[in-house]
Design a protein around this ligand. Structure first.
Ligand SMILES: Nc1nc2c(ncn2[C@@H]2O[C@H](COP(=O)(O)OP(=O)(O)OP(=O)(O)O)[C@@H](O)[C@H]2O)c(=O)[nH]1
Length: 588
């Protein structure tokens, strides 16, 4: 997760505050000390940190010392804690918010985007990421390589673009970058392309040569948007770099790269925001899909483990555009009419979730889940691995098996009953040979209906072999599937709820009416559960990461099976899942 360490430190400071019996000046000072230390460790400029500290103090003082003394006195301790938490959240958002609306390309015309930045900042990689991002959103996109400075730059762009299926333009013989840029843009314009991205060269330092070349390319291509690429690992030095580039070639937005796992990322983002230049995108890895649009509030929310519902919705929409909407609709209608949520349906939903990107990145967008998965023991990788094994199991099934409800993998019940009868008869025979001295309790035990364990059959053994898993794993998988199928089935009759989920669990909790409730969960049951919570637990629920903790407690107390809890959070795009996440939202 982006800036996981910073997020964890701030969340922990907020959690310490909630334990303070009285919220006095000393408690607020202790909180601010921890938050500021965490920000400084993320290389946020000391001037910006001190501004944040003053602003939080002012926000808290304004809210707690209102003119209406009665109102301030009537505030409960929990409400006072909320005031402080809100102030911290708001000021963290302000820290990364340049306060300027970002540019977006317009359909039906050629939008030229020019990339600038130092060598190695990630320009070429980010150009391809952005090209794919716009292509997925229905734009016709072309890439131009105007980097003639670095040998191999054209080959790199060509390779990246071909892999992603994006048309490209460049030359091995032309050495004038201005001429290549101009002819590339012209060629794509005559091909009626909507977005034309020009990759320019970089140098190790911001030299006059580089700036002159940038200005000339800009004059020749007349870009609608110039994006500067900044490597997050330079931390607060990004401010000086952005200023130098801004003086040379006025750019409209910034793409911060290498935010994956770089501790100085907070410094880079806040430094850029301080130059009042909009941050448009974040690079979160080397892969072409490792890109995120930047929005201050969801960014901070995600960093603090509170999820990023707008990001999740965007991902869901992206996937929905790629998949066949008619297929999804047909499946939903089938279930609404009482049909089986088959293993094939499950395979499609799992595939959709995996298409949304690495599980860790999706999980980070769901309140609590990111932290839960990134927790001790490298859980995140394990969860991704589990998902993959699930698809191996499904891919080893025949068509008839996929269209079934899973019962095909178990021996028929009559066989299990016959086996059980034979076993009981054998036992009886043995008992009659032995001296009978059964106690009353034993007699009672005998009269009890025996449980008939149903075994996995040869099909399940074949699937286990074919998928490189074990019969036990196939059995566990089928148990999970049954649970989801039951959930989906029980939703079938509640068409309204089903439709709401179709848009993705993300819709819930975004202010579009009350959150969706999972089957079996009524508003009364939620109210009942809420009434069971102590005031401390309720306060915890309002804390960043609080839902996650409560979810764990419910899991431990057996109210929710762990698989359901994990899946409940991953609702986006998966009908049937997501209700639990919404429930926790409803309780928060
Ligand atoms: N971890 C990580 N690596 C990235 C990211 N973006 C780019 N990279 C890597 O950074 C290195 C440099 O990326 P390039 O795209 O070649 O950089 P460039 O700015 O085009 O370099 P020049 O063409 O030499 O100017 C490559 O190894 C990329 O895979 C990112 O968001 N995260």
């Amino acid at each position: 997760m982006v800036l996981a360490d910073l997020g964890r430190r701030i969340t922990s400071a907020l959690s310490d505050l909630s334990k303070a019996p009285v919220l006095d000046g000393a408690a607020i000072d202790a909180l601010l000390k921890q938050v500021c230390a965490a920000l400084l460790a993320a290389d946020v400029n000391v001037r910006l940190v001190s501004r944040l500290r003053d602003a939080v103090r002012k926000d808290v003082a304004d809210a707690l010392n209102t003119n209406d003394k009665g109102q301030a006195e009537r505030m409960t301790e929990v409400q006072r804690h909320n005031v402080v938490q809100k102030a911290i959240f708001d000021q963290l958002v302000a820290l990364v918010d340049p306060g300027i609306e970002a540019w977006v390309p317009k359909k039906g015309r050629a939008n030229v985007i020019m990339f600038v930045g130092l060598q190695g900042s990630g320009k070429t990689t980010s150009c391809t990421k952005l090209a794919l991002y716009y292509q997925k959103r229905g734009f016709k996109v072309g890439l131009v390589c105007a980097d003639t400075f670095r040998a191999g730059a054209f080959d790199q762009l060509k390779q990246n673009a071909s892999k992603a299926g994006i048309p490209f333009y460049g030359s091995y013989t032309e050495s004038d970058p201005v001429s290549i840029a101009a002819s590339g843009v012209e060629s794509f314009k005559s091909g009626k392309f909507d977005v034309i991205i020009v990759d320019t060269s970089g140098r190790h330092r911001a030299e006059t040569e580089l700036f002159r070349e940038m200005v000339e390319i800009a004059e020749a291509t007349k870009p609608d948007q110039t994006i500067m690429v900044v490597d997050a690992s330079i931390g607060q030095a990004a401010e000086a770099q952005a200023k130098a580039f801004k003086e040379a070639a006025d750019f409209g937005g910034i793409f911060v790269t290498k935010l994956d796992g770089h501790a100085k990322g907070g410094g880079a983002i806040s430094a850029v925001a301080a130059t009042k230049t909009p941050i448009l995108f974040l690079g979160l890895g080397e892969h072409v899909t490792d890109l995120e649009t930047f929005r201050p509030q969801p960014f901070i929310s995600k960093m603090l483990g509170m999820g990023d519902m707008s990001g999740l919705l965007e991902k869901v929409q992206e996937v929905q555009q790629m998949q066949d909407p008619k297929k999804q609709q047909a499946m939903l209608e089938k279930i609404e009419q009482g049909g089986v949520f088959s293993l094939r349906d499950w395979r499609e939903q799992v595939g959709n979730l995996m298409n949304m990107g690495p599980l860790s990145k999706i999980a980070g967008m769901i309140p609590g889940l990111g932290q839960m998965m990134a927790g001790a023991g490298g859980n995140d990788e394990a969860a991704g691995d589990k998902m993959k094994r699930m698809t191996y199991i499904l891919d080893s099934m025949t068509s008839a098996e996929l269209d079934s409800d899973g019962s095909i993998f178990y021996e028929p019940r009559k066989d299990a009953l016959r086996r059980e009868k034979e076993r009981a008869a054998k036992e009886e025979e043995e008992r009659s040979v032995a001296v009978a001295s059964s106690s009353k309790a034993e007699d009672k035990k005998k009269k009890k209906k025996p449980k008939v364990p149903v075994r996995m059959n040869a099909r399940a053994r074949r699937v286990a072999r074919g998928s490189g898993t074990s019969v036990r794993e196939v059995e566990e998988f089928l148990m999970q599937y049954r649970m989801v199928a039951k959930l989906v089935k029980s939703m079938g009759g509640k068409a309204g709820w089903l439709k709401q989920m179709q848009g993705g669990g993300a819709g819930a909790g975004r202010g579009r009416g009350p959150p969706a409730l999972p089957p079996g969960m009524t508003p009364e049951k939620i109210a009942q559960m809420q009434s069971m919570l102590s005031p401390e637990m309720k306060a915890q629920l309002r804390m960043p990461g609080g839902r996650e903790k409560l979810l764990k407690q419910l899991q431990q107390s057996g109210e929710i099976p762990p698989e359901l809890a994990a899946m409940g959070g991953m609702g986006g795009g998966m009908p049937g899942l997501g209700g639990l996440g919404s429930m926790m939202q409803g309780m928060g």
